[in-house]
Structures are given as C-alpha cells and as structure tokens.
Design a protein around this ligand. Structure first.
Ligand code: ADP
Ligand code: MG
Length: 350
C-alpha cells in the first residue's frame, strides 16, 4: 500500500490563507500528488489526538509539521504525539526533539564549538547564572539579550552602557545606566542595569524560559542573511536590512527592515562555511536527521585577520514559510520523496 505524507497544521492563527491552510502547504501536497505520492493535511486537535495518532500510524509514511508553536495551545501533547509517531516508524519531518533543539535560542550556546558563534555567548537557565555572568559580559562589549519565545523581535534587547566603564573595571555595577533597544520596533528605554535585569527575570522563569547573552554585532546594519535550507541544500536567501535609523538593529519587517531575495550562489562563502560545519551542527544538536525545511540566520562580522565571517543568530524549523517563493514546493516534494526512498533503502530487508 502506498502510504501518505501527512502535513500537520493547526486551525486558526494569522499564518493561514483563504482556504484555511498555510499558503505554502497545498502547493506541497499538489507537488507530491503530481509525482504519484499521496498526501493530505490534518489539523491537530488535542481532543482528537488518539484518533489522529491511529490514523497516521496506519496510513502515514511520514509527517511534515507545519505548526507555529505560538498558535498551539497543547504544544506538549502535540510533541508527545509526534514522538510516538516516530517511535512506531512514521518518518518525522522533523523529529519533535529536533524541532525543539534547532528552534530554541540556546542553539547558539550549544554551537560554541563551531566557528558559527562567538566564544563569549552564554545561555542562562537560572536567575543566579544571569546575575553572575551578565555584568561581566556587558563590561566586555555591547550585548544582545534574547528571550527564547517568539520570532518577532519581542524580548530581544540590545544593551549598551550609557557611560563607558571606568578603566580596569571588569564588571558593570548594578546602578550603571544602560540604553536598551528592543528588536520588535527598535524603541529605546533607559534603565539601571539592576532594574533591567530584574525586568528580564520572567524570560528565564517562564515555560522553556532562558536568556541568551550574545555580543552585539555592529555589522547587522549591513543586513541579516537568512538561508532557507531543504535538509542539507541551501535553496533560497533572504537578505534583511534593518531600518536606516539610529539604534535600529532589527531585521523584522514590522520594524521597517528592507527585504531582498537572493540566490545561495550570491552568498558562496557563507554557504560553503556553513555546509562544512553541518556535520558538527547535527551532532551537537542531538544527532537527529536534518529538518526538511529550515532556516539559519547570519550576521556579518570581522575575524581577527580582518576578513569577513558570518555569525549565526538563530535557526527555525517549526513553521518556515516560503510563500514568497512557491515554486520551491516542487523542490520540497522531491526532497520528501528522497527521504522516503533513503528510509526504504535502509529498512527494507535485502
Ligand atoms: N548579536 C546580534 N548583534 C546584532 N543584532 C542582532 C544580534 N542578535 C540579533 N540581532 C537582531 O535582532 C533581531 C531579532 O533577533 P533574533 O535572534 O532573530 O530573534 P527573533 O526570534 O525575535 O527573530 C535579528 O533579526 C537581528 O536583526
Ligand atoms: Mg529572527
């Protein structure tokens, strides 16, 4: 029996087109059907979890998860169902734990051993760790503090000292004045360091809470470069240039950034380096198969030899859209078929 490729979506949310699906979902379903592979979309509904599980276990060769966790009320239950589907042999695109691992902001601290992340990048999972390190980090350079949730620049703060630190000091005093710019809209707030750190505590204590502390990369003004990947192939590039106003560092559309669409060949150096790091990336992130559709965002920096280098800002693999480039649906379909083919070569008895 020819089993189906199941696309999971969730009803509602701002990411849907007039047909109720994400605009890039049906093109993938159609592209698979054109190639003789049956496919369908199911809406995850926690009340029908068992029914959905039984159906996909019986009829699904693979699932493709197309849910923005922000639109999902029962995230834990959804992930648990995906995990069980993977256990009973349905191919996970991606595995739920890969989704969590690649999508969390602490991907940065996990990848310190690669050349994609500066050494002085920290993840704080407790308020104590935050208090112990952040004043020292800020004494080194201007910083960016990132909360784990969202993808809209909310809770992503550029933090700068108002007055330079006195000579010889290695830790910023808690009463020092700081200038904080939020990536959501590039608005500026002035705080004392101590008060701002208290304000940030809920980012750490909330569900999946953490704060990432990373050096501010001034060349963000030249743009953030998003690589859209199909497993290990870069297929599309979005160049996002922040608004040309003082303090602006955000690459979100809402904040006024300008988008340009490029091809991976235009970013050869970045692509080559990233691909060379991929084996190490997959192993550091838990050894899962690479996600089907995912993105990696980079910022330009200058290395010790004065050459350009590219620093990772974040990755996403739970709800990557390609509505601006719908022809990619055919490449995605080919990639899905290749995954199924590889799996059947591995598991079928000789
Ligand atoms: N280390 C950094 N240096 C300079 N700008 C940064 C840095 N990290 C993030 N940014 C800017 O902040 C924006 C939001 O940060 P990001 O980590 O992408 O979070 P989000 O999930 O909200 O997109 C980025 O698109 C980029 O413009
Ligand atoms: Mg981002």
């Amino acid at each position: 029996m020819n089993k189906k490729v199941i696309f999971f979506e969730v009803e509602g949310g701002t990411d849907k087109g007039p047909d109720g699906y994400r605009p890039d979902t049906m093109p993938m379903v159609e592209a698979l059907k054109q190639r003789g592979q049956d496919a369908e979309v199911l809406f995850f509904d926690n009340a029908k979890k068992q029914q959905i599980f039984d159906y996909v276990k019986e009829h699904g060769a693979a699932y493709v998860s197309r849910i923005n966790p922000g639109n999902l009320q029962h995230e834990e239950e959804y992930f648990a169902m995906l995990r069980e589907l993977c256990q009973v042999g349905v191919m996970g695109m991606p595995h739920p734990d890969a989704m969590i691992s690649y999508g969390s902001k602490d991907v940065l601290s996990k990848l310190i051993a690669t050349n994609l992340v500066p050494d002085d990048t920290f993840a704080y999972y407790t308020i104590e760790a935050f208090k112990a390190q952040f004043p020292t980090s800020l004494a080194l350079t201007e910083r960016v503090l990132k909360q784990n949730r969202g993808s809209t620049g909310e809770g992503i703060w550029r933090v700068k000292l108002v007055e330079p630190l006195a000579e010889g000091m290695t830790e910023v005093p808690l009463d020092a004045q700081i200038k904080c710019t939020e990536a959501k809209d590039n608005h500026v707030e002035y705080w004392s360091l101590g008060d701002f750190m208290t304000f940030c505590e809920p980012y750490i204590t909330g569900l999946n809470g953490m704060l990432i502390d990373m050096r501010f990369l001034p060349r963000i003004t030249e743009g953030e470069v998003r690589l859209l990947m199909l497993r290990n192939h870069p297929v599309h590039v979005v160049h996002k240039k922040p608004a040309n106003t003082e303090d602006a560092f955000s690459a979100t559309l809402f904040s006024g950034a300008q988008y340009r669409y490029d091809s991976p060949e235009d970013w050869q150096e970045l692509v080559e380096n990233f691909l060379s790091q991929l084996p190490q990336v997959t192993s550091l992130l838990g050894g899962y198969d690479l996600p089907l559709i995912w993105t990696a965002d980079f910022m330009l920096d200058t290395d010790e030899a004065g050459a350009d280098c590219y620093i990772l800002g974040e990755m996403n693999c739970s709800c990557v859209g390609f509505t601006s480039e719908l022809t990619l649906a055919h490449q995605v379909a080919e990639e899905i078929l290749a995954c199924l083919q590889e799996q059947s070569t591995v598991v079928s008895p000789s």
